[in-house]
Design a protein around this ligand. Structure first.
Ligand code: UT7
Length: 332
C-alpha cells in the first residue's frame, strides 16, 4: 500500500499586523505580559471582509507550486477549521468554488487545534486504500472577527491570529518517504473548557438572541490553566505513543513540529521529554495561535528556513479544544 507523502506545503497570513502594543490600546494588557506567558509578539488579522476560504486559496496555490502538482490533478479536499466562513455548508465547499474544482469531494474536519493531524490521518487512510491520489489538506482560520477585544476577553483575545496553511498529500512511490503513523485522541468531558457556546442549534427560540449577545455568550471562553495542564500531560504521551508504535526513540526525530498554542506549553513538553529546545520548532512569535493552520504554517516556515530536509523524520503533535490531541510521525 502506498504511504501518503506531503509533496509540498504553503501558507498565507493577512497583511495587517497586530502587535501586543496594539492590543494594549484596546484592553488592559502589555507586551511583557503576553510575551512572557505565551511567546507571542504579534499576530496577523484580516482587514475588511475575508473568510478562511480566501486565506486558504492563497495557501493552496503556494502548496501546489511547491509540490509541482497541477490543480487539475487534485481529487479531494480536506479542510480543517473552527471558524467556518458560514454555519453551513463547509468551508471546503467555498474553497472548492474559489479554486474551480467542481465534482471532487470536499470534507470539513472539526477537530480544532488537532484538525490538521486528524485530516492527515484521513488523507493517509484514503491514499493507502487507493481511493484518492492527490489530496489538498488545508487548515484555515479567521479568529479576529470572533474575539472579545476588551479587558474581559483578554485571556483569549491575545492568543489568536488569522492564517491558513495547506499541504498537497499524495500517494508515495514506495520509497522511505511518507506518513509512518498517526495517533488521534479526544475527551469530550472537557468540551466546555475551551468553546464558543452560541449560536447553537440547541437554543430556543433562536440559535442566538440579543440577550445572548448582551451576555457575551457568543465569545470564546477558555479555562486557560486547565488547557495548559492537560496539554503538557497529553502531548508528551501522544509523542511517545507514536514513537513506540514505530519502534523509535526521541533521538530518531530530527524535528518536532508542535501546534503553536503557547511557547511555554511547547517548552514544557520539550523539558519533560528531555528534548533540546532547538529540536522543537516555533514560529508563534509572529503569528499567535492559528489553530488548524498552525502546523502547516510551521511546516512551510521550517522548510523555508532550511530546518526541514528530504529524508528527515518529523513528529507533528497537537492539543486543543475538544479536548483533542494527536501526533503524526512522518519521513519528509
Ligand atoms: O490551542 C489551545 C489554545 N489555548 C491555550 O493554549 C491556552 C493555554 N493557557 C495559557 O496559555 C495560559 O493559561 C494563559 C496565557 C491564557 C493565561 O496565563 P495564566 O498564567 O494561566 O494566567 P491566568 O489565567 O491564571 O490569569 C492570571 C492573571 C489574571 O488576573 P488576576 O485574576 O490574577 O487579577 C488574569 O485576569 O492574568 C490576567 N490576565 C491578563 N493580564 C494581562 C489574563 N489575560 C491577560 C492579558 N493581559 N492578556
Amino acid at each position: 500500500m502506498p504511504r501518503a507523502v506531503i509533496l509540498g506545503v504553503g501558507g498565507h497570513v493577512p497583511e495587517r499586523v497586530v502587535t501586543n502594543q496594539d492590543m494594549a490600546q484596546w484592553m488592559e494588557t502589555s507586551d511583557e505580559w503576553i510575551f512572557e506567558r505565551t511567546g507571542i509578539r504579534q499576530r496577523h488579522w484580516i482587514e475588511g471582509e475575508a473568510g478562511g476560504s480566501e486565506l486558504a486559496e492563497r495557501a493552496v496555490r503556494q502548496a501546489l507550486s511547491r509540490a509541482g502538482v497541477e490543480l487539475e490533478e487534485i481529487d479531494c479536499i480536506i479542510l480543517a477549521t473552527l471558524s467556518p466562513d458560514h454555519t453551513f455548508p463547509g468551508t471546503g465547499c467555498f474553497l472548492q468554488e474559489r479554486l474551480g474544482l467542481p465534482g471532487i469531494p470536499a470534507l470539513d474536519v472539526r477537530a480544532q487545534c488537532s484538525g490538521f493531524i486528524y485530516g492527515l490521518s484521513v488523507a493517509d487512510a484514503w491514499i493507502r486504500v487507493g481511493q484518492y491520489k492527490n489530496i489538498l489538506l488545508v487548515g484555515t482560520e479567521v479568529h479576529s472577527t470572533g474575539l472579545d477585544i476588551s479587558t474581559e476577553g483578554r485571556d483569549v483575545a491575545c492568543l489568536f491570529g488569522d492564517g491558513a496553511g495547506a499541504a498537497v498529500v499524495a500517494a508515495g512511490k514506495g520509497d522511505e518517504r511518507g506518513v509512518l503513523s498517526t495517533h488521534l485522541h479526544a475527551d469530550g468531558r472537557y468540551a466546555k473548557d475551551l468553546w464558543i457556546e452560541a449560536p447553537g442549534s440547541r437554543f430556543q427560540p433562536a440559535r442566538i438572541t440579543k440577550d445572548m449577545i448582551d451576555a457575551g455568550r457568543h465569545w470564546p471562553k477558555m479555562k486557560g490553566r486547565r488547557v495548559f495542564t492537560k496539554a503538557v500531560k497529553h502531548m508528551p504521551a501522544v509523542i511517545k505513543e507514536g514513537l513506540a508504535h514505530n519502534g523509535m526513540t526521541l533521538d530518531d526525530v530530527d524535528l518536532f513540529v508542535p501546534h503553536q498554542a503557547n511557547l511555554r506549553i511547547n517548552e514544557a513538553v520539550a523539558r519533560l521529554l528531555g528534548i533540546e529546545p532547538d529540536r522543537m520548532y516555533s514560529n508563534i512569535e509572529r503569528y499567535g495561535n492559528t489553530t488548524a493552520a498552525s502546523i502547516p504554517l510551521a511546516l512551510r516556515d521550517a522548510e523555508q528556513e532550511g530546518r526541514l530536509k528530504r529524508g528527515d523524520t518529523l513528529m507533528l503533535v497537537s492539543f486543543g479544544s475538544g479536548f483533542t490531541w494527536a501526533s503524526a510521525l512522518l519521513r519528509w
